[in-house]
Design a protein around this ligand. Structure first.
Ligand SMILES: Cc1cc2nc3c(=O)[nH]c(=O)nc-3n(C[C@H](O)[C@H](O)[C@H](O)COP(=O)(O)O)c2cc1C
Length: 329
């Protein structure tokens, strides 16, 4: 009997496939389809701080609002927050798998009360989708790190459910930030969020949207950092994310040390059924390789200093293609 259960950020999932936060998880009825297809957990669409700011700004502009802009902001925020709490309650009523709420925020104080309401609405965990693109020439890296740690610490104090940080790749030292987050009570990390991808149209001379969906080629970075972080910060739960499109990718992420994976693009392009197909293939692979549970192979190819366990962990640190290029003209 194959056991696909996994522990992720203090939650027990029936299997490691999590539906990532996206438009696909914005409605309770759609979420139910993912549960039926076999998903282990769902991360709801994020409630964006920026979106509330934009919506209130456009209300003020359109209606020539005479009152205070703070009032409009608070009004829009309360409306959006209430809708989001309703989504959590509906999702919990419809599904029995864990439901993870997601907030995109950087001004922490404004969200502490909301985090508490998320817990009361029944969410099983909170994922913080934080993104701050450091472009200021004078910006101090420590301040950048402190911002993440402050956010985590304050939300942790406000709730008793697990708090997960969803990170981008733009840190100069990913294991170090994960280690600091872990020391400050972070229950799990998602490596990585994939943000809006800008492109340039050379005909219209405009900045346009690049590929909305990831491709399979983006998996390498996910594997590299999952393996290195899980080797160097062994107690942290990792959900590998970005570029997971095939069942083999799930196994690769588990071998690298992930506790779970999150998928969005593959579900947009192939539908919920891909989860069922992936689970069947993973079970078949486990049968053939004589594994009964994920713990028997999870982390087998993580980065570790124990060279007896893994052939060459430094492969994950390799940056240059020396051998490859020396054989090519
Ligand atoms: C259309 C779309 C909407 C998304 N919306 C959110 C969101 O609201 N919050 C969030 O944290 N991530 C969001 N994401 C990012 C995904 O959750 C995921 O981290 C990213 O797409 C990488 O995974 P993938 O390669 O499986 O697509 C979105 C992705 C897509 C494609």
């Amino acid at each position: 009997m194959i056991d696909l259960r996994t522990k992720y950020a203090g939650l027990t999932l029936r299997n490691p496939i999590i539906v990532g936060s996206s438009g696909l998880t914005a409605h309770a009825d759609k979420i139910k389809d993912f549960e039926k297809a076999g998903a282990g957990a769902i991360v709801l669409k994020s409630l964006f701080e920026e979106q509330i700011g934009m919506q209130s700004a456009s209300m003020i502009k359109e209606s020539d609002w005479p009152g205070s802009s703070d009032y409009v902001y608070e009004y829009v925020k309360a409306e959006q927050v209430n809708k989001y709490l309703e989504l959590i309650q509906k999702a919990k009523a419809e599904c029995s798998i864990p439901i993870i709420a997601s907030i995109n925020c950087y001004k922490v104080d404004a969200w502490i009360d909301f985090a508490h309401q998320i817990e009361l609405a029944g969410a099983d965990a909170i994922e913080l989708n934080v993104f701050y693109l450091a472009t200021d020439l004078m910006y101090d890296y420590d301040a950048y790190r402190t911002m993440y740690v402050n956010l985590l610490s304050k939300i942790k104090k406000a709730v008793s459910i697990p708090v997960i940080m969803k990170l981008g790749k733009s840190f100069s030292n990913i294991p170090s930030i994960v280690n600091i987050l872990k020391k400050n009570g972070c229950d799990g990390v998602v490596l990585f969020n994939r943000f809006y991808q800008p492109d340039i149209n050379i005909n219209t001379m405009q900045i346009v949207s690049g590929n909305v969906f990831s491709s399979h080629t983006e998996l390498s970075d996910t594997l590299r950092w999952t393996a290195i972080v899980s080797g160097k910060v062994p107690d942290i739960s990792i959900a590998a994310s970005t570029g997971i499109h095939e069942w083999e990718d799930v196994i690769k992420c588990l071998l690298a040390g992930a506790s779970a994976v999150q998928m969005a693009s593959a579900l947009y392009t192939s539908g919920a059924e891909i989860i069922t197909q992936m689970l069947t293939c993973i079970e078949e692979w486990m049968n053939q390789t004589h594994y009964n549970s994920l713990t028997q192979f999870r982390g087998k190819l993580s980065y570790t200093n124990d060279y007896s366990k893994i052939h060459n962990p430094s492969m994950y640190e390799r940056a240059q293609f020396m051998k490859y290029f020396s054989n090519r003209d």
